[in-house]
Design a protein around this ligand. Structure first.
Ligand SMILES: C[S@@+](CC[C@H](N)C(=O)[O-])C[C@H]1O[C@@H](n2cnc3c(N)ncnc32)[C@H](O)[C@@H]1O
Length: 235
């Protein structure tokens, strides 16, 4: 992936890469970094690693369905594979940017991508695990389905998921994805009877939507300087 006017690759403080959307042709104000500058890999492990581990405590790995909103550079999808050693049913991810989908898919299909190699190596270094990168790519190629932009709560598939990683940009960028009505419908449609929901963000609308759909919310400090993040469980 090349640096260009619209997407800039930057290195965060733990040495892992992130990407900054630097405006798009329709909206020059569409500008946001995908991760905290403190550390993209550390943030992903902190926020979503905890949800994956919680789910492992009470779900059979081979029957666990994961849903990710916001593929980006694929940190969460790779983390799921690493923490479960590839033992999961499926991952469904949504991503609005076609270039990001294409780059990640071709990396999984064993094409070269320095930034994705850097992402997986950063996660492996921090987790201190020994694993074949080719194996991770093949598992993702076989068990990850990537859909385009999430626009309506129930627009794509009828599936229910046991772990939902809600990693959309902030409401400044994608306001609809943070509205109560949207979240309520989305959670109703896609959360399985046993479900762990995590997000780097915590908002009143998200809290209400989770409670309304039977989730118990846990108090969890946010990553870095963020006051709180979201961890909620329905069981
Ligand atoms: C915070 S970043 C995600 C970072 C990512 N999880 C990673 O590991 O690199 C948010 C992502 O959501 C995507 N996005 C924005 N609107 C979206 C939508 N309506 N549906 C799906 N993805 C969307 C953005 O293009 C961006 O890649």
């Amino acid at each position: 992936m090349q640096n260009n006017r619209l997407k800039l690759i930057e290195t965060t403080q733990d040495g892992s890469p992130t990407l900054r959307m630097d405006g798009n042709p329709d909206n020059l104000a569409y500008t946001e970094q995908m991760h905290y500058s403190t550390g993209a890999a550390s943030e992903t492990i902190y926020v979503y690693g905890e949800a994956i581990k919680k789910a492992q405590a009470f779900l059979k790995p081979s029957e666990t369905h994961y849903l990710v909103v916001g593929l980006g550079l694929g940190y969460i999808e790779i983390l799921i594979d690493l923490l479960t050693s590839g033992d999961f049913k499926q991952i469904v991810s949504f991503e609005k940017d076609e270039g990001l989908i294409e780059n990640f898919s071709s990396w999984c299909a064993l094409k070269k991508s320095d930034v994705h190699d850097h992402v997986i190596n950063s996660l492996i270094d921090q987790l201190k695990i020994n694993i074949s990168i080719e194996k991770v790519k093949t598992q993702l190629k076989n068990k990850l389905q990537i859909y385009p932009a999430l626009q309506q709560a129930q627009n794509v598939m009828p599936n229910k998921f046991n772990v939902i990683c809600y990693d959309a940009f902030s409401s400044k960028m994608d306001s609809k994805l943070w509205e109560f009505h949207f979240l309520d419908q989305f959670i109703k449609e896609h959360s399985a009877p046993i479900c762990v929901f995590a997000s780097y963000s915590k908002t009143g609308a998200l809290n209400r939507a989770l409670k309304q759909n039977g989730f118990k919310l846990f108090l969890r400090k946010g990553f870095s300087t963020k006051r709180e993040c979201t961890l909620a469980i329905k069981a």
